[in-house]
Ligand binder design. Structure first.
Ligand SMILES: Nc1ncnc2c1ncn2[C@@H]1O[C@H](COP(=O)(O)OP(=O)(O)OP(=O)(O)O)[C@@H](O)[C@H]1O
Ligand SMILES: [Mg+2]
Length: 256
Protein backbone atom coordinates (compact mmCIF):
# COMPACT_ATOMS: atom_id res chain seq x y z
CA UNK A 1 0.00 0.00 0.00
CA UNK A 2 1.36 3.40 -0.89
CA UNK A 3 1.32 6.30 1.51
CA UNK A 4 1.58 9.76 0.04
CA UNK A 5 1.74 13.04 1.86
CA UNK A 6 1.67 16.46 0.31
CA UNK A 7 2.23 19.51 2.41
CA UNK A 8 2.45 22.79 0.59
CA UNK A 9 -0.15 24.72 2.49
CA UNK A 10 0.19 27.72 4.66
CA UNK A 11 -1.39 26.33 7.75
CA UNK A 12 -2.64 28.10 10.85
CA UNK A 13 -4.63 27.21 13.94
CA UNK A 14 -7.87 25.34 13.33
CA UNK A 15 -7.11 25.35 9.64
CA UNK A 16 -4.27 22.90 10.20
CA UNK A 17 -6.30 19.70 9.67
CA UNK A 18 -5.47 18.39 6.21
CA UNK A 19 -8.01 19.18 3.50
CA UNK A 20 -8.17 15.45 2.79
CA UNK A 21 -7.08 12.21 4.45
CA UNK A 22 -7.66 8.92 2.65
CA UNK A 23 -6.65 5.66 4.37
CA UNK A 24 -6.85 2.13 3.02
CA UNK A 25 -9.65 2.86 0.58
CA UNK A 26 -10.88 -0.01 -1.57
CA UNK A 27 -13.72 -0.13 -4.07
CA UNK A 28 -14.89 -3.05 -6.19
CA UNK A 29 -17.62 -2.82 -8.80
CA UNK A 30 -19.72 -5.86 -9.56
CA UNK A 31 -19.66 -6.53 -13.30
CA UNK A 32 -21.13 -9.24 -15.51
CA UNK A 33 -17.95 -11.20 -16.16
CA UNK A 34 -15.88 -10.54 -13.05
CA UNK A 35 -15.78 -7.91 -10.30
CA UNK A 36 -13.65 -4.87 -11.12
CA UNK A 37 -11.28 -3.88 -8.33
CA UNK A 38 -11.22 -0.18 -9.14
CA UNK A 39 -9.34 0.91 -5.97
CA UNK A 40 -7.01 -1.54 -4.25
CA UNK A 41 -5.82 0.35 -1.18
CA UNK A 42 -5.34 4.08 -1.56
CA UNK A 43 -3.69 6.26 1.08
CA UNK A 44 -3.39 9.97 0.45
CA UNK A 45 -3.06 13.07 2.60
CA UNK A 46 -3.52 16.45 0.99
CA UNK A 47 -2.66 19.60 2.94
CA UNK A 48 -4.68 22.74 2.52
CA UNK A 49 -3.54 24.93 -0.33
CA UNK A 50 -2.18 22.02 -2.39
CA UNK A 51 -2.89 21.79 -6.13
CA UNK A 52 -2.68 18.05 -6.81
CA UNK A 53 -2.93 16.49 -10.25
CA UNK A 54 -3.76 12.77 -10.51
CA UNK A 55 -2.69 11.07 -13.72
CA UNK A 56 -2.62 7.52 -15.00
CA UNK A 57 -3.94 5.21 -17.71
CA UNK A 58 -7.61 4.92 -18.55
CA UNK A 59 -9.41 2.65 -16.10
CA UNK A 60 -6.79 2.95 -13.32
CA UNK A 61 -9.35 4.34 -10.85
CA UNK A 62 -8.90 8.13 -11.02
CA UNK A 63 -12.58 9.04 -11.38
CA UNK A 64 -13.58 6.39 -8.86
CA UNK A 65 -11.24 7.96 -6.30
CA UNK A 66 -12.54 11.45 -7.06
CA UNK A 67 -16.16 10.28 -6.78
CA UNK A 68 -15.47 8.69 -3.40
CA UNK A 69 -13.78 11.87 -2.16
CA UNK A 70 -16.81 13.82 -3.42
CA UNK A 71 -19.10 11.46 -1.53
CA UNK A 72 -20.87 10.50 -4.77
CA UNK A 73 -20.10 6.84 -4.10
CA UNK A 74 -19.25 4.87 -0.98
CA UNK A 75 -15.97 3.07 -0.31
CA UNK A 76 -16.11 -0.66 0.48
CA UNK A 77 -13.27 -0.30 2.98
CA UNK A 78 -11.12 2.46 4.43
CA UNK A 79 -11.70 5.98 5.66
CA UNK A 80 -12.00 9.36 3.98
CA UNK A 81 -11.85 12.56 6.04
CA UNK A 82 -12.52 15.92 4.45
CA UNK A 83 -11.37 18.85 6.59
CA UNK A 84 -11.24 16.42 9.52
CA UNK A 85 -14.83 15.24 9.02
CA UNK A 86 -15.46 11.58 8.15
CA UNK A 87 -17.17 10.78 4.86
CA UNK A 88 -17.05 7.08 5.65
CA UNK A 89 -18.92 7.16 8.97
CA UNK A 90 -22.31 8.49 9.96
CA UNK A 91 -25.54 8.74 8.01
CA UNK A 92 -26.19 9.75 4.41
CA UNK A 93 -27.49 13.06 5.78
CA UNK A 94 -24.19 13.65 7.58
CA UNK A 95 -22.33 12.97 4.33
CA UNK A 96 -24.58 15.32 2.40
CA UNK A 97 -23.77 18.07 4.89
CA UNK A 98 -20.02 17.44 4.63
CA UNK A 99 -20.30 17.44 0.84
CA UNK A 100 -22.22 20.70 0.79
CA UNK A 101 -19.84 22.38 3.21
CA UNK A 102 -16.53 21.14 1.88
CA UNK A 103 -16.73 19.87 -1.69
CA UNK A 104 -17.07 21.60 -5.03
CA UNK A 105 -16.83 19.42 -8.14
CA UNK A 106 -16.28 20.13 -11.82
CA UNK A 107 -16.81 17.54 -14.54
CA UNK A 108 -15.51 17.16 -18.09
CA UNK A 109 -18.92 17.88 -19.63
CA UNK A 110 -19.85 20.82 -17.38
CA UNK A 111 -23.26 19.48 -16.14
CA UNK A 112 -24.84 22.94 -16.32
CA UNK A 113 -28.54 23.67 -15.94
CA UNK A 114 -29.31 24.86 -19.47
CA UNK A 115 -32.74 26.31 -18.59
CA UNK A 116 -31.31 28.70 -16.01
CA UNK A 117 -29.23 31.82 -16.44
CA UNK A 118 -25.52 31.86 -15.74
CA UNK A 119 -26.15 33.68 -12.45
CA UNK A 120 -28.85 31.19 -11.38
CA UNK A 121 -26.54 28.26 -12.14
CA UNK A 122 -23.97 29.65 -9.70
CA UNK A 123 -26.44 30.79 -7.04
CA UNK A 124 -28.42 27.56 -6.88
CA UNK A 125 -25.98 25.46 -4.78
CA UNK A 126 -25.72 28.26 -2.21
CA UNK A 127 -29.52 28.61 -2.06
CA UNK A 128 -29.83 24.83 -1.63
CA UNK A 129 -27.28 25.09 1.17
CA UNK A 130 -29.57 27.53 2.96
CA UNK A 131 -28.23 30.94 1.95
CA UNK A 132 -30.89 33.52 1.14
CA UNK A 133 -31.33 34.36 -2.53
CA UNK A 134 -30.00 37.91 -2.29
CA UNK A 135 -26.74 37.01 -0.57
CA UNK A 136 -26.31 33.94 -2.83
CA UNK A 137 -26.72 36.13 -5.91
CA UNK A 138 -24.34 38.78 -4.57
CA UNK A 139 -21.64 36.17 -3.99
CA UNK A 140 -22.37 34.61 -7.37
CA UNK A 141 -21.88 37.95 -9.13
CA UNK A 142 -18.55 38.39 -7.33
CA UNK A 143 -17.49 34.90 -8.38
CA UNK A 144 -18.49 35.46 -12.00
CA UNK A 145 -16.49 38.72 -11.99
CA UNK A 146 -13.52 36.93 -10.46
CA UNK A 147 -13.72 34.25 -13.13
CA UNK A 148 -13.98 36.81 -15.93
CA UNK A 149 -17.55 36.13 -17.04
CA UNK A 150 -19.36 38.76 -14.98
CA UNK A 151 -20.84 40.26 -18.14
CA UNK A 152 -22.56 36.93 -18.91
CA UNK A 153 -24.61 36.77 -15.69
CA UNK A 154 -28.01 37.09 -17.33
CA UNK A 155 -27.51 34.91 -20.43
CA UNK A 156 -28.23 31.19 -20.78
CA UNK A 157 -25.21 28.85 -20.64
CA UNK A 158 -25.88 27.70 -24.23
CA UNK A 159 -24.40 30.89 -25.70
CA UNK A 160 -21.08 30.55 -23.86
CA UNK A 161 -17.86 29.20 -25.38
CA UNK A 162 -16.49 25.91 -24.02
CA UNK A 163 -13.92 27.68 -21.88
CA UNK A 164 -16.58 30.04 -20.54
CA UNK A 165 -18.88 27.10 -19.79
CA UNK A 166 -16.18 25.43 -17.77
CA UNK A 167 -15.42 28.70 -15.95
CA UNK A 168 -19.12 28.84 -15.10
CA UNK A 169 -18.98 25.27 -13.80
CA UNK A 170 -15.98 26.24 -11.67
CA UNK A 171 -17.83 29.32 -10.34
CA UNK A 172 -20.73 27.05 -9.38
CA UNK A 173 -18.38 24.60 -7.66
CA UNK A 174 -16.95 27.51 -5.62
CA UNK A 175 -20.36 28.85 -4.59
CA UNK A 176 -20.21 27.35 -1.11
CA UNK A 177 -16.54 28.16 -0.53
CA UNK A 178 -15.51 24.51 -0.54
CA UNK A 179 -12.44 23.24 1.28
CA UNK A 180 -11.72 21.05 -1.74
CA UNK A 181 -12.26 21.83 -5.40
CA UNK A 182 -12.35 18.53 -7.32
CA UNK A 183 -12.10 18.48 -11.10
CA UNK A 184 -12.36 15.39 -13.32
CA UNK A 185 -10.69 16.13 -16.67
CA UNK A 186 -11.97 19.73 -16.69
CA UNK A 187 -10.19 20.49 -19.96
CA UNK A 188 -11.01 17.16 -21.63
CA UNK A 189 -13.84 18.57 -23.76
CA UNK A 190 -12.19 21.90 -24.58
CA UNK A 191 -10.05 23.13 -27.47
CA UNK A 192 -6.57 24.34 -26.56
CA UNK A 193 -7.65 27.97 -26.02
CA UNK A 194 -10.52 26.90 -23.76
CA UNK A 195 -8.21 24.51 -21.94
CA UNK A 196 -5.67 27.27 -21.41
CA UNK A 197 -8.37 29.54 -19.92
CA UNK A 198 -9.25 26.85 -17.42
CA UNK A 199 -5.61 26.11 -16.52
CA UNK A 200 -4.95 29.80 -15.89
CA UNK A 201 -8.06 30.09 -13.79
CA UNK A 202 -7.16 27.06 -11.65
CA UNK A 203 -3.66 28.47 -11.19
CA UNK A 204 -5.10 31.77 -9.96
CA UNK A 205 -7.44 29.98 -7.55
CA UNK A 206 -4.52 27.94 -6.26
CA UNK A 207 -2.45 31.10 -5.78
CA UNK A 208 -5.34 32.50 -3.73
CA UNK A 209 -5.15 29.44 -1.45
CA UNK A 210 -7.77 27.10 -2.93
CA UNK A 211 -7.06 23.39 -2.45
CA UNK A 212 -7.55 21.62 -5.79
CA UNK A 213 -7.49 17.94 -6.79
CA UNK A 214 -7.63 17.47 -10.51
CA UNK A 215 -7.65 14.39 -12.72
CA UNK A 216 -6.12 14.85 -16.12
CA UNK A 217 -4.54 13.02 -19.05
CA UNK A 218 -2.87 16.21 -20.21
CA UNK A 219 0.71 16.91 -19.05
CA UNK A 220 0.20 20.63 -19.79
CA UNK A 221 -2.65 20.73 -17.32
CA UNK A 222 -0.70 18.71 -14.74
CA UNK A 223 2.19 21.17 -15.09
CA UNK A 224 0.04 23.84 -13.41
CA UNK A 225 -0.21 21.68 -10.27
CA UNK A 226 2.37 21.76 -7.50
CA UNK A 227 2.10 18.00 -6.94
CA UNK A 228 1.58 15.27 -9.53
CA UNK A 229 0.76 11.71 -8.54
CA UNK A 230 0.43 8.73 -10.82
CA UNK A 231 -2.17 6.01 -10.39
CA UNK A 232 -2.08 2.52 -11.83
CA UNK A 233 -4.31 -0.50 -11.29
CA UNK A 234 -6.26 1.05 -8.45
CA UNK A 235 -3.28 2.34 -6.51
CA UNK A 236 -1.27 5.52 -6.21
CA UNK A 237 2.28 4.76 -7.26
CA UNK A 238 5.24 5.54 -5.10
CA UNK A 239 6.69 8.82 -6.19
CA UNK A 240 10.37 9.54 -6.53
CA UNK A 241 11.59 12.07 -4.02
CA UNK A 242 15.38 11.71 -3.93
CA UNK A 243 17.01 12.09 -0.58
CA UNK A 244 13.77 12.38 1.36
CA UNK A 245 13.09 10.12 4.29
CA UNK A 246 9.71 10.00 5.95
CA UNK A 247 10.53 13.42 7.43
CA UNK A 248 11.88 14.74 4.18
CA UNK A 249 10.97 17.93 2.37
CA UNK A 250 7.39 19.06 2.78
CA UNK A 251 6.51 19.00 -0.90
CA UNK A 252 6.70 15.82 -2.91
CA UNK A 253 6.43 15.88 -6.64
CA UNK A 254 5.66 12.69 -8.52
CA UNK A 255 7.48 11.79 -11.69
CA UNK A 256 5.55 11.82 -14.94
N1 LIG B 1 -20.21 2.03 -11.97
C1 LIG B 1 -19.32 1.14 -12.39
N2 LIG B 1 -19.65 -0.14 -12.60
C2 LIG B 1 -18.76 -1.08 -12.99
N3 LIG B 1 -17.46 -0.78 -13.23
C3 LIG B 1 -17.06 0.48 -13.04
C4 LIG B 1 -17.95 1.52 -12.63
N4 LIG B 1 -17.27 2.67 -12.52
C5 LIG B 1 -16.00 2.38 -12.88
N5 LIG B 1 -15.88 1.08 -13.18
C6 LIG B 1 -14.62 0.38 -13.57
O1 LIG B 1 -13.65 0.70 -12.58
C7 LIG B 1 -12.38 0.91 -13.21
C8 LIG B 1 -11.88 2.29 -12.87
O2 LIG B 1 -12.72 3.24 -13.53
P1 LIG B 1 -12.48 4.81 -13.45
O3 LIG B 1 -13.64 5.45 -14.11
O4 LIG B 1 -12.18 5.18 -12.07
O5 LIG B 1 -11.16 4.97 -14.33
P2 LIG B 1 -10.39 6.29 -14.78
O6 LIG B 1 -8.98 6.15 -14.29
O7 LIG B 1 -11.13 7.50 -14.38
O8 LIG B 1 -10.36 6.14 -16.37
P3 LIG B 1 -10.48 7.27 -17.53
O9 LIG B 1 -9.12 7.90 -17.60
O10 LIG B 1 -10.81 6.47 -18.74
O11 LIG B 1 -11.57 8.23 -17.15
C9 LIG B 1 -12.59 0.68 -14.69
O12 LIG B 1 -12.22 -0.65 -15.00
C10 LIG B 1 -14.07 0.89 -14.88
O13 LIG B 1 -14.56 0.14 -15.96
MG1 LIG C 1 -12.20 8.98 -15.44
Amino acid sequence: MTSVTTDTASQAGAESTPALEVHGVRKTFEAEIAPVRALRGVDLTVARGTFLALMGPSGCGKSTLLNLIAGLENADEGTIMVAGEPLTEGSEDDHALIRRRHIGIVFQFFNLLEGMTVLENVALPAIIAGRNRKSAETRSRDLLDLLGIGDKASVMPGVLSGGQRQRLAIARALANEPTLLLADEPTGALDSAGGQEVIELLSRLHAAGQTIILVTHDANVAAAADTVLMMRDGRILDHVNPGAGSNGPATTIGTL
